[in-house]
Write a protein that binds this ligand. Structure first.
Ligand SMILES: Nc1ncnc2c1ncn2[C@@H]1O[C@H](COP(=O)(O)OP(=O)(O)OP(=O)(O)O)[C@@H](O)[C@H]1O
Ligand SMILES: [Mg+2]
Length: 192
């Protein structure tokens, strides 16, 4: 098994053992910081996944953004090409469970949003380093997306998900900021 795969599995196991209270503490800390970043404050359109049980909560972020009049665009995976298309949604009846049990927008009920129209992208991941490199879920969806995206990027994680250095491959792309329950890390990557 590759080193990335081992790190990913180990961390997913560790995360699955966290108590509800511990998770809540991390999420509250993440959100407090996210909401004060210029990237969030200035974003008109935010690209963000609809969180599953094992991921950090994004519903609170989505609702805060809506209250502030921002547009929320969530991805739908095209499994064949490992691409993601983003669609703007504003009601639960516009989403449904799709690829890998992930909630996705229903294209017929929503509006397609081009990558170039997303101001801030929240990039999921399992393990990170402070340079902004990440191990995702292994599909390469975000590495492909980031290759074709030039807006702001932020990943949310917990301190326990940070390691010294992520094994990097030529196609791996980093994010600009990493937010944990404790701090906001500005990485070397700055798109703007
Ligand atoms: N820009 C790209 N174009 C084509 N293939 C790519 C690109 N980026 C990554 N891949 C492929 O995707 C696969 C998975 O990459 P990797 O193991 O880094 O996944 P990951 O970073 O965990 O996933 P994700 O990006 O979805 O979070 C690799 O086999 C790689 O060859
Ligand atoms: Mg990668």
């Amino acid at each position: 098994m590759s080193e990335k795969k081992i790190l990913r599995q180990k961390m997913l196991k560790e995360l699955s053992l966290l108590s509800k209270l511990d998770r809540k503490k991390v999420e509250t800390g993440q959100q407090k910081q996210l909401f004060t970043t210029p990237a969030f404050k200035n974003a008109r359109t935010i690209g963000i996944t609809i969180s599953t049980e094992i991921e950090w909560d994004t519903y609170t972020i989505i609702e805060k953004a809506w209250r502030e009049g921002k547009i929320i665009a969530s991805p739908k995976c095209v499994v064949k090409t490992r691409e993601m298309y983003y669609y703007a949604w504003n009601h639960q009846n516009q989403i449904q469970t799709g690829y890998a049990g992930i909630k996705e927008p229903i294209p017929e009920k929503t509006k397609r949003i081009l990558h170039s129209d997303i101001d801030l992208l929240i990039v999921p991941g399992v393990v990170f380093d402070t340079d902004g490199y990440r191990i995702g879920y292994g599909g390469g969806y975000y590495d492909r997306m980031l290759a074709d995206y030039s807006g702001a990027t932020i990943s949310l994680c917990s301190e326990r998900q940070l390691i010294q250095q992520i094994p990097r491959e030529s196609y791996d792309l980093s994010v600009e900021q990493i937010i944990t329950e404790e701090r906001t890390i500005d990485t070397a990557r700055q798109n703007n």
